[in-house]
Write a protein that binds this ligand. Structure first.
Ligand code: NAD
Length: 263
């Protein structure tokens, strides 16, 4: 087993499901103590937490902060410091999507998506940075999206937030570089997670096209490689960025998009 991150403390937001769950798993496997966060069924979260602890001999704790609320973000970061220690590694992964034409885009969904997909990362970063600066070491990884690089119709809030998250990544990289802290964004194409399931249903509703055709003709249409991106590949990049091999990379928006943006 490769324990390159032994003794590090990590916070992974939105890690009760999908991409974040895989990131938390791989960081634990690399030796990190991990704070997991997100919503979900408490027994399933407890089983996930205990499973990681048993498999990897690390400490895993859960905080159910609603990250759209800045006060709850702050509570989670205090909880992290009190349990696993002030984070060496911060992965801003929690995100939601809503698909709608802009004229009818619900205002409260715009606010919620901006709060979670962008502002929550601002809050976790500003709170994690002082300890990282003191230690002269830190890794901040923002899970953006190919939709931080290019747009598609009906996703105004998500695309705005993810483009903003890439801007935040660059700004933080510049401010943090002198203290051994890197900040990067990973920009995946479509990954088959619960979030994606919701999008398939929403797109089918918005366009009247059946689900199977949405997957083939709408979603994978943008992937040059006609497969979903794998959550475990994203997690492997996150882990690599946290090792010494990642230390030369900062301020980058790393596309893992099955060729989407090569066209
Ligand atoms: P998911 O729905 O499977 O998981 C989202 C996680 O965020 C869950 O743990 C959920 O409980 C948590 N969450 C939701 N609202 C929250 C809130 N208010 N406070 C705290 N946690 C909250 O989604 P996923 O597909 O794994 O997406 C993870 C990240 O990857 C997101 O930022 C998403 O934008 C990004 N992404 C996903 C895809 C894809 O195709 N699935 C593609 C590119 C980027």
């Amino acid at each position: 087993m490769n324990r390159q991150l032994d003794g590090k403390a990590a916070v992974v937001t939105g890690s009760t499901s999908g991409v974040g769950k895989e990131i938390a798993s791989q960081l634990a496997a690399a030796g990190c103590d991990v704070v997991i966060n997100g919503f979900g069924e408490s027994l399933a979260i407890e089983a996930f937490k205990l499973g990681l602890e048993a498999a990897h001999g690390v400490r895993v704790v859960f905080h159910g902060a609603d990250l759209t609320q800045p006060s709850e973000v702050a509570e989670m970061m205090v909880f992290a410091a009190d349990t696993v220690g002030e984070p060496d590694i911060l992965v801003n992964n929690a995100g939601i999507q809503h698909v709608s034409p802009i004229e009818t885009f619900p205002v409260e969904m715009w606010d919620r998506i901006l709060a979670l997909n962008l502002s929550a990362a601002f809050h976790t970063i500003r709170l994690a940075m002082p300890a990282m600066r003191r230690r002269k070491w830190g890794r901040i990884i923002n899970i953006a999206s190919v939709h931080g690089l290019v747009a598609s119709p009906f996703k105004a809030a998500y695309i705005s937030a993810k483009h903003g998250l890439i801007g935040l990544t660059k700004a933080v990289a510049l401010e943090a570089a002198k203290d051994g802290i890197t900040c990067n964004a990973i920009c995946p194409g479509f990954v088959h997670t619960p979030l994606m399931e919701g999008q398939i249903d929403d797109q089918a509703r918005a366009t009247g096209i059946p689900r199977e055709r949405i997957i083939e003709e709408v979603i994978l249409a943008k992937h040059v490689k006609k497969e979903f991106v794998k959550a475990e590949h994203i997690a492997a990049w996150v882990t690599m960025l946290c090792t010494d091999a990642g230390s030369s990379t900062t301020g980058a928006s790393l596309a893992m998009d099955a060729g989407w943006t090569a066209v």
